[in-house]
Design a protein around this ligand. Structure first.
Ligand SMILES: NC(=O)c1ccc[n+]([C@@H]2O[C@H](COP(=O)([O-])OP(=O)(O)OC[C@H]3O[C@@H](n4cnc5c(N)ncnc54)[C@H](OP(=O)(O)O)[C@@H]3O)[C@@H](O)[C@H]2O)c1
Length: 146
């Protein structure tokens, strides 16, 4: 489960910092709802938003009508390409990705409405693991390859 009511079900500063540092100076691809949650990602990153309504996007965000189109555009932009959700992009992108950076939050959310696909069929080899926590949440940073 990765979302509830259009937001993340948790707020974990260490994970936010990890995510921002990891993607800084690279290219991120995300769905239009996820972009709405993180519009400031344009600072320090090339951003491609997948949507059929490109006119709603601010400059310098690039629009793509599909993941395939987004990946083609990403080849002309900076650094590595990170797929940053939501659900459909993760479902379509997981079979294509080389590396999975996964933060597992050890909690149960009853009313979640957005989900991450089962990664275990695609990513079987764990290359890094770090346990962490804050006052409210316990979580594990994982890096996996095929
Ligand atoms: N924990 C995480 O890692 C994480 C990451 C990201 C988001 N989230 C959470 O997930 C939720 C948002 O994700 P979401 O799945 O609801 O929405 P989303 O993927 O961010 O946006 C959905 C919209 O993006 C476009 N779109 C997305 N994928 C597409 C594709 N493959 N092909 C064509 N169009 C595509 C469509 O827009 P049009 O209708 O304009 O065509 C679709 O209606 C929020 O709750 C957010 O907090 C969690």
């Amino acid at each position: 489960m990765i979302g509830r009511g259009g937001s993340l079900p948790w707020s974990i500063p260490e994970d936010t910092t990890f995510f921002q540092n990891k993607t800084h100076r690279h290219t991120v691809i995300m769905g239009v709802r996820s972009f709405g949650e993180w519009p400031s990602c344009v600072r320090g990153r090339d951003v491609i938003v997948v949507t059929h309504a490109p006119s709603s996007l601010p400059s310098p965000v690039q629009a793509a009508a599909s993941l395939t189109e987004a990946l083609a555009k990403a080849q002309t932009l900076h650094g590595d390409v990170y797929l940053c959700g939501g659900q459909r992009l993760y479902e379509e992108g997981l079979p294509l990705a080389d590396v999975l950076h996964l933060t597992l939050v050890h909690t149960t959310v009853e009313d979640g409405d957005t989900f991450f696909p089962d990664w275990r069929a695609h990513f079987t080899c764990e290359t890094a693991r770090r346990e962490s926590h804050d006052a409210r949440w316990r979580y594990t940073f994982l890096t996996l390859v095929r």
